[in-house]
Design a protein around this ligand. Structure first.
Ligand code: FPP
Length: 244
């Protein structure tokens, strides 16, 4: 296993188990260079591969990346189409590349809106990586934190209606059990590059006690050194989870 460089050794003891990343700033990165937004997404996708491999190499157990939100359909049709093609391309590559890597891929979000081809690819890659025992890579696509909670509440409502559970039995555990991240630990650390300071509907339930790190760097420029910086900052945080 590759490990963080010696000078960062102190990170080892306080390495987050689960990291969430909001990949933001592709459009601005392209604009700064006089390129179309699609070039920013392409560069962002390459960086996503690099950061994923790095996280897996240093021993992160869960990585959740925000690739497409329930609100991103509002973008121009051409940009949405480009992103969908990029996702298809990535999954095809992942199907061959990731055979060698011990990474499990799970998609978080409502798949019903995707093309049949994309839905099939998603099923295929989830199935193919199911037995992997290394890092779990969650790709949040057509994902919204509020939408996820609404779906969980509806599902519990159905169970109440059928008499399977009583309303009194509904608790935090039963709600968490209905989320896309069911069975996974909550993110310890959420990183948002690009200089925006908000969660934008990302892991709303799961982020209750996540440490948040906002960085003034656009996603395609976000390097493994920037990740190390965030990990160093995380290791100096005092997490109290409401205690003292
Ligand atoms: C936000 O930047 C980025 C997105 C909405 C798309 C993220 C997708 C990728 C990085 C593609 C790679 C993903 C996979 C799974 C292959 P923005 O467009 O909002 O940037 P801006 O705020 O500067 O306009």
């Amino acid at each position: 296993m590759r490990w963080l460089k010696k000078e960062n050794h102190k990170i080892k003891n306080q390495l987050p188990v689960h990291i969430g990343i909001i990949m933001d700033g592709n459009g601005r990165w392209a604009k700064k260079r006089g390129l179309p937004r699609s070039a920013g997404h392409k560069s962002g996708a390459n960086n996503f591969r690099k950061i994923t491999r790095y996280c897996s190499g240093i021993g992160i157990k869960y990585l959740t990346i925000y690739a497409f939100s329930t609100e991103n359909w509002k973008r121009p049709e051409e940009e949405v189409k480009f992103l969908m093609n990029l996702f298809e391309q990535y999954i095809k590559e992942a199907l061959s590349d990731f055979q060698k890597e011990n990474i499990r891929i799970i998609f978080l979000g409502d798949k019903s809106k995707f093309s049949t081809n994309l839905k099939n690819l998603i099923d295929e890659v989830e199935k193919a990586s199911k037995t992997k025992t290394g890092m779990t890579l969650n790709i949040a696509m057509n994902y919204g934190g509020r939408d996820e909670i609404v779906k969980a509440v509806k599902s519990l409502g159905e169970e109440v209606k059928k008499g399977k559970i009583s309303p009194e039995e509904i608790d935090e555990e039963s709600i968490a059990g209905k989320l896309y991240t069911c069975g996974q630990p909550d993110p310890d650390l959420i990183i948002r590059p690009s200089g925006e300071y908000r969660l934008s509907n990302f892991l709303l339930w799961q982020s209750a006690y996540s440490e948040l790190i906002f960085m003034d760097i656009l996603w395609p420029d976000f390097s493994t050194k920037d990740l190390d910086k965030a990990l160093n900052e995380y290791s100096s945080r005092n997490r109290r989870f409401g205690g003292i």
